[in-house]
Design a protein around this ligand. Structure first.
Ligand SMILES: [Zn+2]
Length: 142
């Protein structure tokens, strides 16, 4: 599995979870004036009641990470990934990387793609999922 496949799989999982969490709402949630209840913006439908299982800070956190925010975040990440495709290097190393990032590893003078492997941008995108069993430690930035 390459890093693009890994990222797309994680993001697809999150999108599916976010869509299911909408549960008939538009996915935009806010904390009510009772500070621990969360309702959807479109119908005023309660999503999470104040039953004492969470405090007002946790309620605010949940509302900030509502399904609409998750879907927008993933759409932005997909766009970033699309801007950093791995392509064949114009002069690959004999024993090193054969690819480079079209955006980050293009020589500014001649436009040739340098053989530098994965760029840091794509590696950063994978770090939130570094504990996933399919994460490859070779993608790490450290
Ligand atoms: Zn890049």
């Amino acid at each position: 599995m390459d890093i693009d496949e890994f990222l797309l799989a994680r993001w697809t999982e999150r999108e599916q979870t976010a869509r299911l969490a909408c549960n008939g709402t538009n996915g935009q949630w806010h904390v009510t004036n009772q500070e621990r209840q969360i309702e959807a913006d479109d119908f005023g439908k309660f999503v999470i009641y104040d039953e004492g299982g969470h405090n007002e800070h946790q309620a605010a956190h949940i509302a900030l990470h509502d399904p609409a925010a998750v879907l927008a975040d993933i759409a932005a990440k997909r766009a970033i990934l699309a801007e950093h495709p791995q392509v064949a290097a114009d002069r690959p190393h004999k024993d090193g990387p054969q690819t480079g990032c079209r955006t980050c590893h293009a020589d500014t003078h001649c436009g040739e793609i340098e053989a530098r492997g994965l760029c840091e941008t794509v590696r950063h995108l994978a770090t939130p999922d570094a504990t996933h069993p399919d994460y490859n430690p070779d993608w790490s930035l450290s």
